[in-house]
Design a protein around this ligand. Structure first.
Ligand code: GDP
Ligand code: ZN
Length: 264
């Protein structure tokens, strides 16, 4: 019995349950979780849809990388949506096309979307099928709008004002999985804290697939790819195999983790 093991059922759990004659039932067993988030409290998440807007708020690759690290640290697969592309001009679009290429080379599906361009939203749909997803991204990037576009019956409040008039969706720990396009999506955005209080320096490189891949060739075990000589990661940055900006963000966050107060 799961009660004895002090496990509380979570939204997203797969369970075995028994139904009695009155069509009432009880949970007999909770299956082993592949992962579990505390904010929102959901288990067995397959993927995180990270939304980063091209404008309003302006695009931040550092913030995108922070979300990616948080997602990777939880062993969840990310897909990246660069939203509001209707708001930018040709020059900006070309810059973001390079960003898109960078992330696709790493292995992350990266899509340009706009709620004003229904064909771009349609391209998101196949990614949701038969999966449990959590949506993440800074406030105002269009997360609710994108979900509403995928399923017109959702009608989630959008925009700052209407959200603050809502019933405090963000203050409650109650979470629901919404049916969106043959998949399930948590109704509360994930990864609100991006301070990485749980992450150790040695783990950070594992949250960057391209660093993870080449770090096997570093001379020293436990190389942090910072000051060490014969570092395969630094070589890959010099050869442009690893995006310089990604590496800069790695070092920046490495410093943050190092300067974090020790935990007792
Ligand atoms: P959330 O906080 O991430 O859920 O963002 P919302 O979905 O509430 O959107 C914030 C604001 O951006 C709202 O006023 C939306 O109408 C607007 N918005 C969302 N997506 C787009 C888009 O693709 N293009 C434009 N121009 N505005 C958008
Ligand atoms: Zn190294």
């Amino acid at each position: 019995m799961f009660r004895k093991r002090k496990i509380t059922p979570l939204v997203g759990d797969f369970v075995k349950f028994k139904i009695d004659s009155q069509n009432k039932g009880y949970i007999k067993e909770i299956e082993l979780r592949k992962n579990e988030l505390s904010r929102p409290p959901v288990a067995n998440i397959d993927q995180a849809i990270i939304v980063s807007s091209a404008a309003e708020p302006s695009f931040s690759q550092l913030l995108l990388d922070r979300f990616l690290i948080a997602v990777e640290a939880n062993r969840i697969e990310p897909i990246i949506l660069i939203s509001k592309i209707d708001l930018i001009d040709e020059t900006e679009l070309n810059k973001l096309l390079n960003v898109k290429k960078t992330y696709e080379k790493i292995g992350y599906p990266t899509l340009f979307v706009s709620i004003k361009q229904p064909d771009t939203i349609e391209k998101v749909r196949p990614f949701l099928r038969h999966k449990i997803s959590v949506i993440a991204g800074q406030s105002g990037v269009g997360k609710s709008s994108i979900l509403n576009s995928l399923d017109k019956s959702l009608q989630i409040a959008t925009g700052e004002i209407s959200k603050s008039l809502g019933r405090g969706r963000h203050t409650t720990r109650h979470v629901e999985l919404l049916h969106v396009s043959d998949g399930l999506v948590a109704d509360t955005p994930g990864f609100s804290s991006l301070e990485f209080t749980e992450l150790e320096v040695e783990e950070l490189g594992h949250c960057f697939p391209e660093i993870r891949k080449v770090s096997k060739n570093c001379r020293f075990r436990g190389c942090l790819h910072d000051q060490e000589p014969h570092c395969a990661v630094k070589e890959a940055v010099e050869n442009n195999e690893i995006c310089n900006r990604r590496y800069e963000h790695y070092i920046k966050i490495l410093e943050e983790i190092k300067s974090r107060k020790p935990r007792y």
